[in-house]
Ligand binder design. Sequence first.
Ligand SMILES: Nc1ncnc2c1ncn2[C@@H]1O[C@H](COP(=O)(O)OP(=O)(O)OP(=O)(O)O)[C@@H](O)[C@H]1O
Ligand SMILES: [Mg+2]
Length: 344
Amino acid sequence: MPGDARPLGYGETRGNGELRGHAPAEGTIAMIEARGLTKRYGDKVAVSDLTFGIAEGAVTGFLGPNGAGKTTTMRMILGLDSPDSGTVTIGGKRYADLAYPMREVGALIDAKAVHGGRSAYNHLLCMAQTNGIGRKRVDQVLELVGLTEVAKKRSKGFSLGMGQRLGIAGTLLGDPRVLMFDEPVNGLDPEGILWIRNLMKALAAEGRTVFVSSHIMSEMEHTADHLIVIGRGKLLASCTMAEFIASASGQSVRVRTPQFDQLGKAIVAAGGTVTNGAVIGELSIQGLDAQRVGDIAYDGGVRLHELTVVGASLETAFMELTGDSVEYHAAVPGAPVASFTGGN
Ligand SMILES: Nc1ncnc2c1ncn2[C@@H]1O[C@H](COP(=O)(O)OP(=O)(O)OP(=O)(O)O)[C@@H](O)[C@H]1O
Ligand SMILES: [Mg+2]
């Protein structure tokens, strides 16, 4: 918020409630702390005055539409990009001032940043040797990520999932207390996604700080304890997962009916909002409860094939909050049904 750079307390609200802080509770320090972080590329402001704290012992999800500034923020945390203004620290120190960076922070920003001609083992051994880490730890992390059997194979023959596991093995080498992953589940199959989810939770349960960006809302909903949401480089929310979902406008009612046109008009006339569902005849209704929708259908002689109450999800909360912040729009099913707004 302009004019007030004071870090927010846990669950604290500032101004109109748009920003809910989750700096850790009194007495604990945020492991990663950003203050007024700003980065420009030419005229483009990629990251704008970001202030947030990331607590230890939890998974914090980092969400935002494409181009929102997530990767840029993570690169600044790691000192790979320097901010135009503002600061970011890890355990109170700038990344560049950490004595043994790999032992403090493990980060996976680009899983393809591996020399394809090297075996998984040699790739990790190179990283270990340049950081004063022993061979035994290489074997341990290969085991941890399930790559022991292919350790001597060249990584260029690896599948996407195996490459991702190798990248993650690298982040774990120094046994760091802070882990950052940029889109770690992109392109992975369900088993790979589940593995990463469990790994992140286990790392957080050991007291580590886990900061992870993702586009897959259903996945984040199951993984993250806290969220930081940005749009067009600006902070939109910093709060717990539960707080974030609760902030969405709540329930909707899903109906399926062959008389969707007739029902849609009746719902709008009664003050509801109607959105087309994924298939023809499916409508999503906001602003009226299920009983009212059922009564309206009955009064109008509309035959219903489904009437379901749908709770708010991370996805709906995210779409609501970031709707104005999306830079790259595509035509999507689910856009409001213009023809119903006439109401007759
Ligand atoms: N090296 C660069 N030079 C110029 N512009 C850049 C550079 N890196 C990022 N940007 C711009 O900064 C903005 C933020 O980019 P960034 O990659 O951080 O977004 P993101 O949230 O990670 O997006 P995505 O979800 O697509 O990965 C974008 O508009 C991007 O085009
Ligand atoms: Mg990115």
